[in-house]
Design a protein around this ligand. Structure first.
Ligand SMILES: NC(=O)c1ccc[n+]([C@@H]2O[C@H](COP(=O)([O-])OP(=O)(O)OC[C@H]3O[C@@H](n4cnc5c(N)ncnc54)[C@H](OP(=O)(O)O)[C@@H]3O)[C@@H](O)[C@H]2O)c1
Length: 192
């Protein structure tokens, strides 16, 4: 895929959608599954994003879409590694948005909530039935909303998040926390 992206000048859009989860505590997750999950959700997404960005920046156009997850915002029971891989997608893709600024290249971060898909079977044990229908989006609605977000030139599209101010506030608090951590002195509560 990296070779194809590097050599094929006709590619103008890359959607990093591949990803999977497993509903198990870390201590019960087989080593090969851990390795594969990080390989698909993080390593491949990173390598493909780089190849696409290099190509698109040379052309001065192109669109990269990375699919993260609501699970990347806060630890969710039973998916310790999956949630962390999606937190990676969240930070990494926003960093790429800064890199792409002013280049003609677009980078969209899509953050689905719970969506009907075969991914729930792959995760094992996470049947959709116990979840109230009111919190699970159809695949079609999720994709349509993600594409509408792309049409609206959104940087971050959260298809099922009604109150977009929540996301804006989250981003602004996260950025403030980072800035406040740059401090020569230890915090007074440590009495150093
Ligand atoms: N469903 C949700 O509730 C939900 C919520 C938030 C985010 N997401 C994210 O949405 C994306 C799509 O997931 P989905 O729920 O639609 O699950 P899905 O139906 O199982 O789709 C996952 C896709 O990833 C591909 N894939 C998995 N391992 C791969 C590998 N080693 N190499 C290449 N392709 C691989 C699968 O290809 P094959 O079919 O060929 O195996 C499949 O096309 C994922 O990134 C997921 O984390 C899903």
């Amino acid at each position: 895929m990296v070779d194809r992206l590097t050599s094929d000048t006709t590619v103008s859009l890359l959607i990093n959608n591949a990803g999977f989860s497993l509903l198990k505590p870390l201590t019960e997750t087989p080593d090969d599954v851990l390795k594969n999950m990080i390989a698909v959700n993080v390593t491949a997404l990173t390598a493909l994003s780089k190849a696409a960005l290099v190509r698109f920046k040379n052309k001065g156009s192109g669109t990269l879409v990375n699919v993260g997850s609501g699970a990347g915002f806060s630890p969710y029971p039973g998916i310790p590694v999956y949630g962390a891989t999606k937190a990676y997608v969240y930070l990494f893709t926003q960093a790429l948005q800064s890199e792409a600024e002013g280049t003609g290249v677009r980078v969209q971060l899509v953050l689905p909530g719970a969506v009907v898909s075969e991914g729930w079977d792959v995760a094992g044990g996470a049947d959709l039935e116990p979840l109230p229908p009111s919190i699970v989006m159809s695949t079609e609605d999720c994709v349509d909303a993600a594409l509408a977000g792309l049409d609206q030139h959104e940087l971050v599209t959260a298809p099922s998040l009604e109150d977009e101010a929540l996301l804006q506030n989250y981003q602004s608090v996260a950025s403030h926390v980072l800035q406040m951590m740059f401090n020569q002195k230890a915090a007074s509560r440590y009495s150093i």
